[in-house]
Design a binder for this molecule. Structure first.
Ligand code: MN
Length: 290
């Protein structure tokens, strides 16, 4: 029988471990329980040992697991995930350095964020030691599962395993290692208010609200009136240098989507406006709010 925790005030353990006069981490409050989208975040934490803190919002706090190796898109990779104390929702945007000598000393960055959807009752899933859920993150998508396992002899703590369920997002570890391929911060969540104008960071780069960093030479400008799409060109062999990928060529109509604040438009390669012929696609483009 998995042991159940005695009910303790939410975030009590979180606060007991930290000295908020020293650490830059938020002391945080219990948030309102959400009926809608529940927040999901993974923070990459370069503490004594590098690990990835997976957090799932429930009941006004973030359920948390420390995953030493981080997530894998390969369903055969079962990653150890140690349950840790619930964190405040406010912690989701925390990036910074916890000072030496303090709990969790080291740097924290927001490695992934988005929302999660439990399959079934998540509180029951947590109590039963089996949580099935879908992630809508910037890096992690599709179905994932957390399963509680027995601690090894003498081991303290609450070990679980995290793994990818087989679905269209699953990938073999031989082809793709998300932790190595995408090591960087996605930036804290964008403000709920309309997008901020681009700000120039100290290094001169333009930092977009969505966390995208543009080259230093980038200049904000109105999109050109027309654009020419890239065309396939015949070649005698495969490239021998540089970065390249294979793309299967599907035959059809090549469309340029123009999203410049007004209603999106679809224009053919020869400059004909086909927006009226593809209303469903126009709706999808409008929903992106580019
Ligand atoms: Mn941590």
């Amino acid at each position: 029988m998995p042991s159940r925790r005695l009910p303790a005030p939410p975030l009590e353990l979180y606060r007991a471990k930290r000295d908020f006069s020293v650490t830059p981490e938020p002391s945080g409050d219990v948030g309102a329980a959400q009926d809608g989208a529940r927040a999901y975040v993974i923070q990459k934490h370069a503490a004594t040992r590098l690990h990835y803190d997976l957090r799932l919002e429930h009941g006004g706090v973030m359920w948390s697991w420390a995953v030493p190796k981080g997530p894998s898109y390969d369903p055969s990779d079962k990653r150890i995930a140690m349950r840790t104390e619930d964190h405040p929702i406010e912690y989701n945007t925390f990036e910074g350095t916890i000072p030496k000598g303090h709990y969790g000393a080291g740097t924290v960055l927001v490695w992934d964020r988005g929302s999660w959807e439990p399959a079934g009752d998540p509180a029951q899933g947590l109590a039963d030691g089996k949580l099935l859920f879908t992630l809508h993150g910037l890096k992690l998508k599709g179905q994932w599962e957390l399963v509680r396992i027995k601690p090894k002899g003498g081991e303290r703590g609450d070990p679980w395993i995290l793994f990818k369920k087989c679905d269209a997002h699953a990938r073999s570890k031989r082809d793709y290692d998300v932790v190595r391929a995408l090591p960087d911060s996605v930036g804290p969540a964008p403000p709920a208010a309309p997008a901020q104008p681009a700000k120039r960071a100290r290094n001169g780069r333009v930092r977009e609200a969505a966390g995208v960093t543009l080259p230093a030479a980038a200049v904000r400008a109105v999109p050109p009136a027309t654009l020419a799409p890239q065309l396939a060109t015949p070649a005698g062999g495969l490239p021998t240098h540089g970065q390249w990928i294979f793309e299967i060529k599907f035959d059809g109509y090549r469309m340029l989507a123009r999203c410049d604040g007004a209603k999106p438009r679809l224009v053919t390669r020869n400059g004909h406006d086909w927006s009226n012929k593809m209303p469903a696609l126009i709706d999808e483009l409008a929903a992106l709010k580019l």
